[in-house]
Structures are given as structure tokens and as C-alpha cells.
Design a protein around this ligand. Structure first.
Ligand code: KDG
Ligand code: MG
Length: 402
């Protein structure tokens, strides 16, 4: 069996997605997600110019060998562009293998470890009352885990608070939008949100919060400590993890569980965090971390240290990533939770898929492969539109992390 073609499809049904389709001489094809928000065309070029030519003629069943070929063979290791391109190939090859085996992908990965994949949704609003109204709405939809983000008094906008409540898309500008940030204002507002939320709904639902890399380690420690009475499921990206040792300080001060890793692309980014048990959840995702072949290694390492997974699943990860992630999540022992930000109707139509939501759980479907396809004709109706993620400045004008 041979790979005869690799096609990169760029489409923008409301936001940009990059999809790789690998076609074999036997007519079986596989689909992989290659979307890197705000830097989409770099991955397109990496795939078209440097990866696809090397795939033609190879046996698509040799997934591990192809992974090693692309990783070691490039000489230049890691990085989000490289690892997203490798991930797309890997996802597509696992899709092909599962189709050949006539099995849903999770069966090939070892079968089910659980009945469904618990997901968390995003309740957000400009005020605490607004956010609590959204919390109600998510609970009535059946969600068992809900992330809460609210506007910060005195700041015009902040991460995670959306104009359209259901579909959050931060990449909103033809050039990067500039946000203004104040840690002092933020640190005052978050505990109030969780105090009110627990008063309202008790300790039934899991509540989560994303700091989005904005605090220093000691500020993050203070926030974690102040949130302890509200028993969060996790506090995400409390500080940047470029220096993993920073998490030692946060850990010394708080028992609030910590999650990190949506911007990681390699097992080496999370090795120290996992081995020193500095985190509780690893957020790496298939599309940005080298696909199933690499994420399996990360999850296995994490399992040794009682760290669970919580894969990134924002809307910039296409339904292809979601379908593949659900097959992965349901088959590994140390799954924790899966992020699930719903896609728009237009996106769902471009990517027909077989996963379903019920009572706070997503279920992968039973058709062979990872269960997600692309309607190329429809995709062609939505041409690429340049869109950047925002940048962030402190009130004095200096750059900070978005
Ligand atoms: O592309 C960036 C988004 O995926 C990110 O900002 C969303 O932090 C995020 C999350 O936890 O979903
Ligand atoms: Mg996040």
C-alpha cells in the first residue's frame, strides 16, 4: 500500500482551519488537523514544501517510522509549526489504519477505558451576574464541568470573555488587537466570582479557571491559595511554563490543582512538570504536540506520576482534532477531562463527524477511523482570511503575555 497524494485544504467557515488529506493507492484516505491559530499558512507551507513530497510512495501503515522520519529527519526538532505538521500526518495515518482495520480508532488504541469523555464548557460574561447566568445555562445543558471567566472591573476586555457566548474566537483582527492588562484588578475580581458561584450552585459541578499565563509565580501562588475554599477542578496556565521550575513555588503555597500545556509541542516541554509532580493535568493536544504517536508517550509518562490529561479543545482546534482526541481520551487510563468549545454550524457542516454530546459527556462514534471527514466543495466556499490573536500590554504600555 502506498501514499499517492497529500492535499492541504485551507478553509474559513467563520475561522481558519488547515486540514491534511492523505490519499492511498487503494482509495482509502485519512484526515488530519494542522491548524495553528494566527500562524496557519506557515504550517501549510511546511506541509506542502517539506513534508508531502517525502510521503509520496511510503507505506501509510508504518506510522511510527513515518513519525520518526519526519521528526529526526528534519534535523530541526520541535516547535509548533513542525509539530503541528507532523501531527496532521500522524492523525491522518491513524485514521487510515483504523479504516483498514474496520474499527473506530479507539478500538485500535486499546479499546474503551470509560463510558464517555467528560468535557468542560466555557461560561463567561462581562459581569459576575452575567457569568453566573451562563453557568446556569451550561448546567441545564448537562455539563458536569464548567470553566468560568468574567470581565475585570476597570479593564475594557480580557481573555475568555466573548461577545458571542457560545462560540469564542479570540483571533479577531487582520492585525493583532491590543488589550490592556492589570494583574492587581484581576486578582481582586477572581475570588469574588468563585465565591458567588459556589454560593449559587454548591460543590456539585466541577469549576475551572484559565489564567492564560498572566501571573508571576508568586502572584499565581496567591491566587491559588485564595481560591482554595471554592475547590476548583483546576487553575490553568497560572504562569508561563517556559521555566518549569517556576511551578515549584506555586506548588509550595497552594493545593489548588494546576493544569498547563496547551502551548507545548513536545514531551520535553512537560517532562520536569510531570516528573516532579508540579502539575495535576497536562493540557497538550494532538494537533500541536505531534499527533497520537507523541501524545501517547506524554500520557504514559504522566500516568506514572498520577498526572491526568485535559486536552486543549478550543474552537481553533478543528472537529478533526476533536474526533481524534475523543478516541484517544476514551482509551487511556489517566484521562481527566476534555475541553469542548462548540464549533459553529458552518464549521460542523464543513467537517461532518460522528461524535455526540449527552449529559456532559462526548462519545466518539462507531464508524471506522477517527470519525471526522471534510466536505471539500463546501470548504472551498470559505476562503482563508488573515486573523491574528490579540497582544497584551500593561497599563503603562509595556508588553505582557496575552
Ligand atoms: O488559539 C489560542 C486559544 O486556543 C486559547 O487562547 C484558548 O486558552 C485557551 C483555552 O484554554 O481554550
Ligand atoms: Mg487555556
Amino acid at each position: 500500500m502506498k501514499i499517492i497524494e497529500g492535499k492541504v485544504i485551507v478553509t474559513c467557515p467563520g475561522r481558519n482551519f488547515v486540514t491534511l488529506k492523505i490519499i492511498t493507492d487503494e482509495g482509502v484516505y485519512g484526515i488530519g488537523d494542522a491548524t495553528l491559530n494566527g500562524r496557519e499558512l506557515s504550517v501549510v507551507s511546511y506541509l506542502e514544501d517539506h513534508v508531502i513530497p517525502c510521503l509520496i510512495g511510503r507505506d501509510p501503515q508504518q506510522i511510527e517510522d513515518i513519525w520518526q522520519y519526519l521528526y529526526r529527519g528534519a534535523y530541526w526538532r520541535r516547535g509548533p509549526v513542525t509539530m503541528s505538521a507532523i501531527a496532521a500526518v500522524d492523525m491522518a495515518l491513524w485514521d487510515i489504519k483504523a479504516k483498514l482495520a474496520k474499527m473506530p480508532l479507539y478500538q485500535l488504541l486499546g479499546g474503551r477505558c470509560r463510558e464517555g469523555v467528560m468535557v468542560y464548557g466555557h461560561a463567561n460574561g462581562t459581569t459576575i451576574d452575567d457569568t453566573l447566568g451562563e453557568l446556569d445555562r451550561y448546567m441545564s445543558m448537562g455539563y458536569k464541568a464548567i470553566r468560568l471567566q468574567t470581565g475585570v472591573p476597570g479593564l475594557k476586555s480580557t481573555y475568555g470573555v466573548s461577545g458571542d457566548k457560545m462560540y469564542y474566537e479570540p483571533a479577531d483582527g487582520d492585525l493583532p488587537t491590543e488589550n490592556v492588562w492589570s494583574t492587581e484588578k484581576y486578582l481582586d475580581s477572581v475570588p469574588k466570582l468563585f465565591e458567588r458561584a459556589r454560593e449559587k450552585v454548591g460543590f456539585g459541578p466541577h469549576l475551572l479557571h484559565d489564567v492564560h499565563h498572566r501571573l508571576t509565580p508568586i502572584e499565581a501562588a496567591r491566587l491559588g491559595k485564595s481560591l482554595e475554599p471554592y475547590r476548583l477542578f483546576w487553575l490553568e496556565d497560572a504562569t508561563v511554563a517556559d521555566n518549569p521550575e517556576s511551578f515549584r513555588l506555586i506548588r509550595q503555597h497552594t493545593t489548588t490543582p494546576l493544569a498547563v500545556g496547551e502551548v507545548f509541542n513536545s514531551i520535553h516541554d512537560c517532562r520536569t512538570l510531570i516528573q516532579e509532580q508540579l502539575i495535576d493535568y497536562i493540557r497538550c493536544t494532538l494537533v500541536h504536540t505531534g499527533g497520537i504517536t507523541h501524545l501517547r508517550r506524554i500520557a504514559s509518562l504522566a500516568d506514572l506520576y498520577q498526572v491526568r490529561t485535559g486536552c486543549h479543545g478550543a474552537t481553533d482546534l478543528s472537529p478533526v482534532s476533536m474526533g481524534a482526541a475523543l478516541n484517544f481520551d476514551i482509551s487511556i487510563p489517566n484521562f481527566g477531562v476534555q475541553e469542548y468549545m462548540r464549533h459553529t454550524k458552518e464549521t460542523d457542516e464543513v467537517f461532518p463527524h460522528n461524535y455526540t454530546f449527552k449529559n456532559g459527556y462526548l462519545m466518539p462514534g462507531e464508524t471506522p477511523g477517527h470519525g471526522v471527514d471534510i466536505d471539500e466543495k463546501l470548504a472551498a466556499k470559505y476562503p482563508y482570511k488573515r486573523a491574528f490573536l490579540p497582544v497584551n500590554r500593561l497599563e503603562d504600555g509595556s508588553m505582557t503575555n496575552w
